[in-house]
Every structure is written in structure tokens, then in C-alpha cells.
Ligand binder design. Sequence first.
Ligand code: NDP
Length: 434
Amino acid sequence: IARNPNEPEFHQAAREVIESIMPYIDENPIYQDEKILERITEPERIVIFRVPWIDDKGNIQVNRGYRIEMNSAIGPYKGGLRFHPTVNLSILKFLAFEQVFKNSLTSLPMGGGKGGSDFDPKGKSDKEVMRFCQSFMTELYRHIGPDTDVPAGDIGVGGREIGYLFGQYKRIVNEFTGVLTGKGLKWGGSLIRPEATGYGNVYFAQEMLKTRGESFKDKIVAVSGSGNVAQYTVEKVNELGGKVVTLSDSDGFIYDPKGIDNEKLKFVMWLKNEKRGRIKEYAEKYGCDYFPAERPWGIKCDIALPSATQNEINGEEARTLVRNGCFCVSEGANMPSTPEAVDVFLNAKILYGPGKAANAGGVATSGLEMSQNSLRMSWTREEVDQRLQQIMINIHETCRKYGTKEDGFINYVDGANIGGFVKVADAMIAQGVV
Ligand code: NDP
């Protein structure tokens, strides 16, 4: 804490991991002797840089850019870029730290990293976003590369931003390589990548449900967010026969008891991805309730799939969910539940899938995009989807292996943390004190 002041999100993420792997480390003192915890919590490298750009009115704007290169023990740094006004060092370090364990769980050879900027794409024209991305990449390019560090999207960074970033990288380096994932299909992208995090989370939840003889069929599902992850979560839940009744954005949430069917989902995709509007317009169009400045966790549901941002379910909201009969929470977002909320879920012994396991499908499919780029081949939709599904099944199995308690309860937090840790820690030991 003395070395990392003012970093509450990073402390929160690190504390959770350390608390859950401590008993395992006590049983395996080599990790203590090798000072793995001290090393794994210290980023290998952090780059912080100025991003100046010119807005449409001709004014100079200045933002701050970051790239956290957290751990490369098992592969090149890999993790998304977030463009959001709340971005700071603490948030990116928490995300980079989580990414190390998540990437390890996918079983693909990827280290962990994360980056981004306090730039807010909301309300900016396409040309402004392009000029910002070009300026951002003009510094970032010297720190990344297909065998060094491969960024991707996250909040505020979708297909449009990846396109502008890739174009500038290619222009500077004069190489067409798989330096970013989430690329467009016609220029090196992978089928299923846009869908992967949402689909993957639903596949993971499905595996958890199976352990209790349950499925998505006829279940009421609360989803938060309305961006990339939320949209494809709804699509997959609909396919499996569940009914999604909520979506949200940073202004509030909508409650549609009739369910957000595929027709309505098409509207959400247009609204958020093309018009770049607000979720309240859904309520205006379909005549359902809109709750400004609130989150959807007071709505009665069987399954909750938080897919917006960190710390979006607090202890009180977790208690409300459990009281209302919610028996499965699977995290599309990163660290959406506060530590108090996590305790509520674990004490109630509901099915609780933490983000680093449940939302790993996004980065896993990014890994598959890297493989296709290296092979200079494109796999079919079915092939990528099948691999994604198998990876989520394997992650679930790893969590079960390391997280099953004496009474049979699967603590997926312990399972994901220990399962993700072992591979990285062993690789660090094998590579010496570096
Ligand atoms: P998008 O930018 O596409 O969507 C984010 C959504 O969350 C928007 O609806 C946004 O609302 C809402 N949101 C963002 N910040 C806040 C906030 N502070 N309070 C309330 N709502 C907020 O991002 P993604 O869908 O890609 O990411 C969502 C979550 O999933 C993040 O936690 C991300 O780290 C995680 N994730 C994403 C992966 C991916 O592949 N994209 C992979 C793994 C995890 P608004 O429109 O108002 O900003």
C-alpha cells in the first residue's frame, strides 16, 4: 500500500487474489520462497504519456495515455484499451492484474496488460476520435508489437477505435501484423470476436447452472450495461430460451418485463453502436419503465449478468438480489461486485462466477485471432464458436478443480485465482529472478 498510494481498485483486486490463494501458498512454500506474490503484484513496466490532439473547433486538447505491461511469463502482454473519463492508474493496474490470471485460465499463451486513456469518446465526432486515436498510437506504437504486447478493445474502444489505431500503427511501422485484436473482418479480424465476451459469459454461466441441474430455459435474467458485452449476452440468452428484462447505461436502466427479444436487441445495437444514443430511448420506443440514475439489481430475477463496469453491485444490492431469488451471478464486466457483494454471494452459496473466469471468452477469442493472423488463415464462425465454448468449459473445469470445498460447494473465486496463478507462478520460477 505504501508503494501504491491512492490505488483503491488495484488494492481491491490484489487483496482478493492474495486472500484466496494464501492457503494454497501455505501448502506450497516454494511460491513464498520465490517471492512470487511480491513479484506478481509489481508491473513489469508502466508507460504514461501525453496525448495531444486538435478538436473540430481547432482547439488543442490534452489527454493522458497509459499502458500497463503487467506480466509476460507465459506470453506477450495482452489486454484491452479503455477510453473513459474515469480511467486512472489504479483502475488500469487492477484490470492488468486481473488480466494476468484470466489469460492464464484460457490456457492460451498470453501474458497480461491493460491500457487506455481518460479521453471520453461520448459526444465526439468520428474525426475527433480518429485524431485522438492517431495521437495515442503515435506514442504507443514503440511499446507494442505482435510478439511484445497486443492490445484490444474495452469500454469506449470498439471496432471504430481499433480501426483508427491499427491504421496509424501500420502507417508508422510499415507492417501489416496482428498487433491489435478486435480488428474488422476484412482486415485480419476473427469471426465471433465481437460476440465472444457476452457469449462466453453465458457459456460459463450455463456450465455453472448444469452443476445444479439447471439451464437458461425460461429464466428471468437481469443484464446491466448496453455495450458490446451486454448486447451479445442478450443475444445468447435469447437463443437459450431465457428472458432478459433489463439493460442500463451510465444514466439509468430500463425494465422491460416482456423481455428484450431479438427485434428489440437489433434496435439497442443500432442505438448504441450507430446512433450512439442513450438507453432511455429504448423505454420511449417500447413504452416500458426507465429508472434514471439507478442500477437494475432491485428487479426480481433468477440470473444476473453484470456487464457494465467495476463495483456496480454493492453489498446491499447483492443482498436484494439474493433475497429476490437470484441464484446465479456471472460477471461479464471486470470486478462488477464489491468485496462485500462477493461475500454475500459466497455466504449464500449461490452460483457466483467472477469476471476473470466468466468473461475470459473475449480475450480467449482474441488469442484465436492472433493464431489466425500468424497462420494467415480465417476459421469459420462455427469453428471459432466451438473453440470458444470448449475454452469456457475448460475454464469452468479448472475452477471446479481448484475451488471445490469439502461440502461440495464450488467457490469459483478461489478456483479461478488458484487455477490462474499456478501456471504463471511456475513459469516465473522456471525463468529465474527477472
Ligand atoms: P462498452 O463501452 O461497449 O459498454 C460499456 C457499457 O457499460 C455501456 O453501456 C456504458 O454506458 C456502461 N458503463 C460504462 N461505465 C459505466 C459507469 N461508470 N457506470 C455505469 N455504466 C457504465 O464496453 P464493453 O461492453 O466492452 O465492456 C463492459 C465491461 O466488460 C467492462 O467492465 C469491460 O472491462 C468488461 N470486459 C469487456 C471485454 C470485451 O471484450 N469488450 C472483455 C472482458 C471484459 P455508457 O454508454 O453510458 O457509457
